[in-house]
Design a protein around this ligand. Structure first.
Ligand SMILES: Nc1ncnc2c1ncn2[C@@H]1O[C@H](COP(=O)(O)OP(=O)(O)OP(=O)(O)O)[C@@H](O)[C@H]1O
Ligand SMILES: [Mg+2]
Length: 610
């Protein structure tokens, strides 16, 4: 909460506090105050304020004067000697008080595991000690590959975050991190590798990394860190990129260890898996640690990662650490931290431990539930307030689901129908989604959606604002993320197939309109949406555009893979359309086809040469 003098702005409850006294404000004066507090120390013109608060309506500027009078009265402020709101004649207002962050009273669920600090993790001492031991081995030049596995929400990301956080203070090492992304769009070759490399090059001592990559693996530098089509063209022709990249990464470990993290490897593309495999198998000494997290694929399912892991384990080329559920004392610690209170209501830890089965994400969702249901309430005055339990355990039991996904579903059901729709539409995009996509999916006004999403991000613990999307028309659209993939999953799955398809289609159309003339840059993404929407023709068209672009970058293998995918999708078309699409795909490029053979279902006619 933002605090100024003895006032606190409580955005969750849309009110103001003066010490322990709650002051109710009507919605608009509250919104005016909030806008001022969130934009302190600068002139806010009448127009800006009117635009922010009444984006679609014309409102007489006079109304602001009324609200300011009301706010000054509540705050005990004096316009001639302002402590809080200064009037700048004929121009606007400026919030002049010093602001601090107030934490004490409110319970802040940590909204993202990436925010975890060194002390935030509960339990996991053995796992952290093990990782630290593994780091010690690097000094002898022994490379390490470590798989961290465990069910969703068990704390893999939190463990890696905490380990890296500690590492920063104890060892000078380079860290590069790449995230594998679910869905067809994420199957782009080397997607997480590119992410890790660009982060490496952009880091504080990124110059060394860029220099070594430029010398030893220039095609990678050109593709990942400094998109430069000309140098890519020069170098990628002699494609041997995997070996080059491995050698460059090994060279980079000469002055300090390198920790390469790949998150959620179960969603990785085959090329990324090949790189992990190559890095594990090479024999040269290198102070290199590859740390990967993954959710074990289902027992029966065939999965390339499963095969790779088994083979590496067999040859003792990797280590594996499976995260078990948290023990009861660790669950109690987690609860103490989340509630910011040392003494827990009696029996709470045991109840939550048993219900959540030691899964930290479940623990957090359960806590949200208990608070939302007012089973846990805060009693007492400001500084001395404590969470207490309102009802007995028997009463608590009722309506508390045993499954994490059901728990999340319950959280979502508590929201209004409109809010649920917004979140569902966001989930169609991915774990991260811009406001424009939500607006497109729902056919709503972008500014209105933005306002509503901002409001949700402020209120919900599982969604947060994460930056801006710069659009080609010069406008910007805020970005949001679900702080845990499972929330996205539940929101995505609860939509009917028809509705989901329609939303995918609208997003793809909007992408095309926004990037008209530059569709190549978003063609893969469009293809993914059209494919899921079942619009095979447009999915194939978009993949052909993407393949052409990959070919221009001399990324032939990538181009071939895209055309293979187009060909597979074309199989869904009826006879005549399929034949025509296949002709078009095969006619795309000789170069791309030379790298790999396209699927067997070639049409009878000879492909046309271009
Ligand atoms: N040991 C812990 N102590 C405190 N909080 C934890 C702990 N482990 C996980 N959490 C919290 O639980 C939530 C889920 O953890 P996390 O995101 O690390 O799970 P995960 O195993 O990476 O899940 P996924 O497989 O879906 O990526 C996060 O909010 C995280 O901060
Ligand atoms: Mg994770």
């Amino acid at each position: 909460m933002k605090q100024f003098e003895d006032f606190r702005l409580d955005t969750a409850n849309q009110c103001l506090w003066r010490s322990d006294v709650q002051i109710a404000l009507p919605p608009k004066p509250f919104a005016v105050l909030r806008y001022l507090v969130e934009n302190p120390g600068r002139l806010i013109t009448h127009d800006e304020l009117l635009d922010a608060l009444w984006p679609e309506t014309f409102v007489q500027p006079q109304v602001l004067r009324t609200y300011m009078l009301e706010l000054r009265k509540v705050l005990g402020d004096d316009a001639s000697q302002p402590r809080f709101i200064q009037t700048l004649s004929k121009r606007g207002y400026c919030f002049v008080a010093t602001l601090t962050e107030h934490d004490g009273n409110a319970r802040h669920l940590r909204s993202a595991s990436s925010d975890l600090g060194a002390t935030a993790i509960a339990g996991r001492e053995k796992e952290l000690a093990y990782l630290n031991d593994q780091v010690q081995l690097l000094e002898g030049g022994e490379r390490r590959l470590i798989f961290v596995s465990g069910e969703s929400g068990i704390g893999k990301t939190a463990l890696v975050d905490t380990f890296l956080h500690h590492l920063k203070t104890s060892l000078a090492a380079r860290v590069a991190r790449g995230q594998c992304v679910q869905g067809v769009g994420g199957k782009e070759s080397y997607y997480p590798v590119m992410e890790a490399l660009s982060r490496l090059c952009a880091s504080q001592d990124g110059e060394t990394a860029s220099r070594i990559l430029a010398r030893m693996a220039p095609a990678w530098l050109a593709m990942g860190c400094a998109p430069d089509a000309a140098s890519a063209a020069r170098t990628a022709a002699q494609e041997k990129p995997l070996g080059d990249l491995c050698a460059a990464l090994e060279e980079l470990t000469a002055d300090k260890p390198l920790i390469l993290v790949f998150e959620d490897l179960d969603w990785a593309d085959d090329s990324t898996l090949n790189l992990v495999s190559a890095l594990a198998r090479r024999r040269a000494r290198a102070r290199l640690m590859v740390l990967v997290t993954y959710r074990p694929p289902k027992r029966s399912a065939e999965h390339p990662l499963k095969e790779l892991r088994q083979d590496l384990l067999l040859h003792r080329l990797c280590e594996e650490m499976t995260l078990a559920p948290l023990q009861k004392p660790a669950v109690a610690t987690l609860l103490q931290r989340e509630l910011a209170q040392a003494e827990l209501p009696p029996g709470l830890a045991a109840f939550v431990y048993q219900r959540a089965e030691g899964n930290p994400l479940f623990v957090i969702a359960l806590l949200e539930h208990l608070i939302a249901q007012e089973i846990l309430v805060r009693r007492g005055t400001d500084g001395a307030a404590q969470w207490v339990q309102q009802v007995t355990f028997q009463e608590m039991e009722a309506g508390v689901p045993d499954k994490l996904a059901q728990m999340i579903e319950l959280e979502i059901e508590r929201l209004s129908a409109e809010e649920q729709q917004l979140l569902e539409a966001g989930s169609v995009m991915n774990v991260a989604f811009p406001a424009w996509a939500v607006a497109a999916a729902l056919g709503r006004d972008a500014a209105e959606v933005e306002e509503a999403c901002d409001e949700l991000a402020r209120r919900l613990h599982f969604m947060k604002r994460a930056g801006q999307d710069d659009l080609p028309d010069g406008t910007r659209s805020p970005f949001y993320v679900f702080t845990h993939g499972l929330y996205r999953e539940v929101l995505y799955q609860r939509q009917s197939a028809t509705r989901r398809a329609r939303r995918h289609m609208h997003i793809a159309d909007r992408l095309g309109a926004l990037f008209r003339g530059r569709e190549a840059g978003v063609a893969r993404e469009m293809a993914m949406h059209y494919e899921v929407a079942g619009d095979w023709v447009r999915a194939v068209d978009a993949l052909r555009v993407a393949a052409r672009q990959a070919e221009q970058r001399q990324a032939f293998a990538d181009a071939a893979e895209l055309l293979e995918r187009a060909m597979r999708i074309a199989q869904n078309l009826n006879g005549v359309e399929r034949e025509a699409a296949a002709q078009e795909i095969l006619g795309e490029s000789v170069a791309a086809r030379e790298v790999r053979n396209l699927p067997a279902e070639r049409p009878r006619k000879a492909p046309q040469k271009v």
